[in-house]
Design a protein around this ligand. Structure first.
Ligand code: ZN
Length: 500
């Protein structure tokens, strides 16, 4: 089929340019010297413009139209046409002049947010955010939706998911988590974390991160570990997937857990079938599914007792001063629950409550039911109700996240969905692997990694997130798995059962 061949050749062009773009951005965030930033921004802008033009080329539109009418395409080719076609139409939906004005407003808004956060001054940011919300609402109209304009924005991060569905999986979380958190704090035995205080050199932290990544099966011949202020993972294809972490001298766990987290993202990208490279399917199924892989390694594995049984000797080899706490004590210490003001510092129990608050505010903003001016008060109120802590300034409240300043509405739900998907996938894995704990305790992650690769990683974007979860677990996404995981684990960590 000539059209299919021409279509694939066109996608390969885009894919190769995107690889170059990704590498330039990786370099920008890791080792670019300060004076190089200005010219680099221009280079990236130029390349991004070419990629955008290729992705919206009329030629591509004609290929898509023909291929969409074809009924003997392979599963992968059909998926590629679905994914690329959706992106093509979303890009085409926005009039170029509107998008250009948005790009200018966004860059002003991002720098206004940076200043506003530093000064904890919401009012100076408010007019910018109003403008950005207005753009987001107009984009939603152009993209189109059935029920809720917010759905059109969620679609950009979690294909096939709607606000109604997110609200559905979130409702049981709110009902159970808020009282469970109160019970933990009131009746539970808070783990001792005193032995984690100290000074830990970056070199030794790096050695520990390398051991953890190696144990997971991260392929160093197809990747590398560097440092970045905000850790991230960057992939130019399955054979070049780079992770970053950050070393904080008095906080040993921050670099270890960010390495496990980014390592989970990286295993996903390294595990995508090489045949999908440059077909539009060579990335994770969605933001939420990607986050499920990082959270699974970071929390379900990395914060489990079997993991600490395996990892304690490695820890004490690198940090002999930490040889007194047992595996059990370490396990409890890394699972301390602390309602805090800042989302990125939140533990497993409270994390989703931070997302719930953002989801409700976004839904209200996009539907015109909440005014930007009311956000700081609404934020404080919801923090009090969900977490029992209230920010005294906007820097640690409504101004803490970068997302809204950049117009990224609909992004937050994928963090929560990631936690839920992770618990659901992990429950299936446990059911199918009765000796999973014993394997983890002896540092044997091969079966786990293989399972994730066969069931999830391999497929890239071939399946939409809901369909993927159903294929692997037999059920629609359901928060029951996460709730049962959290209540069981933290009742044990906080010794609730023992206390009656
Ligand atoms: Zn992540």
């Amino acid at each position: 089929m000539e059209t299919l061949a021409a279509y694939k050749a066109h996608l390969r062009e885009i894919g190769k340019l995107n690889s170059a773009l990704t590498l330039l951005q990786w370099d920008q965030r890791t080792c670019l010297p300060p004076k190089g930033h200005e010219a680099r921004a221009e280079t990236i802008g130029k390349l991004a413009k070419i990629v955008f033009e290729l992705g919206t080329a009329d030629k591509l539109g004609r290929y898509l139209e023909k291929l969409e009418a074809e009924d003997d395409l392979s599963l992968e080719d059909r998926a590629s046409v679905r994914v690329v076609g959706k992106d093509y139409r979303r890009h085409k939906a926005i009039p170029p002049s509107l998008f250009e004005r948005f790009a200018v407003a966004r860059s002003r808004s991002e720098s206004a947010w940076e200043k506003a956060r530093a000064a904890s001054d919401f009012q100076s940011f408010q007019p910018h955010l109003e403008e950005i919300v207005d753009f987001a609402r107009r984009f939603a109209e152009y993209y189109g939706y059935k029920e809720n304009p917010y759905d059109a924005l969620i679609e950009g991060f979690e294909p096939g998911m709607t606000g109604r569905e997110v609200r559905g999986v979130m409702a049981p979380l709110r009902e159970r988590l808020v009282p469970f958190l109160k019970q933990l704090l009131a009746e539970g035995a808070r783990p001792d974390t005193s032995f984690l205080r100290g000074s830990f050199s970056a070199d030794r932290q790096r050695a520990l991160s390398l051991r953890a990544l190696g144990a997971m099966g991260y392929d160093f011949a197809a990747g590398r570990l560097d440092t970045a202020v905000h850790p991230f993972t960057s992939s130019t294809g399955p054979n070049d997937v780079r992770v970053t972490t950050r070393f904080v001298e008095n906080d040993l766990l921050s670099s270890l857990y960010s390495s496990l987290h980014e390592g989970g993202h990286a295993l996903y990208d390294q595990g995508i079938s090489p045949e999908l490279q440059w077909t539009g399917l060579d990335e994770g199924a969605s933001f939420g599914i990607h986050e499920s892989q990082s959270r699974l390694w970071e929390n379900m594995i990395g914060r489990s007792l079997p993991f600490w049984t395996f990892f304690r000797p490695i820890l004490t080899q690198v940090f002999p001063e930490l040889s007194s706490p047992s595996a059990d004590a370490l396990w409890r210490a890394v699972n301390v629950v602390e309602p805090s003001l800042i989302r990125v510092e939140a533990d497993e129990v409270t994390y989703n409550l931070h997302i719930m608050l953002r989801f409700e505010l976004e839904d209200g903003l996009i539907n015109g039911k909440i005014a930007v001016a009311d956000l700081p008060d609404l934020w404080r109120d919801a923090m009090g109700r969900y977490l029992g802590v209230t920010p005294t300034d906007d820097a640690s409240g409504v101004l803490q996240d970068v997302h809204w300043s950049a117009g990224l509405f609909g992004y937050f739900p994928s963090y929560m969905l990631g936690n839920l998907y992770a618990a659901q996938l992990f429950a299936t894995l446990q059911e199918e692997t009765p000796d999973l704990d014993a394997r983890i305790a002896r540092g044997d992650f091969a079966l786990l990694r293989g399972w994730l690769q066969d069931r999830v990683h391999h497929f890239g974007k071939v399946h939409e997130p809901k369909e993927l979860v159903k294929r692997v677990t037999g059920k629609e996404p359901d928060s029951a798995y996460f709730l049962s995981y959290i209540t069981r684990k933290y009742s044990e960590v906080y010794r609730l059962a023992e206390r009656g």
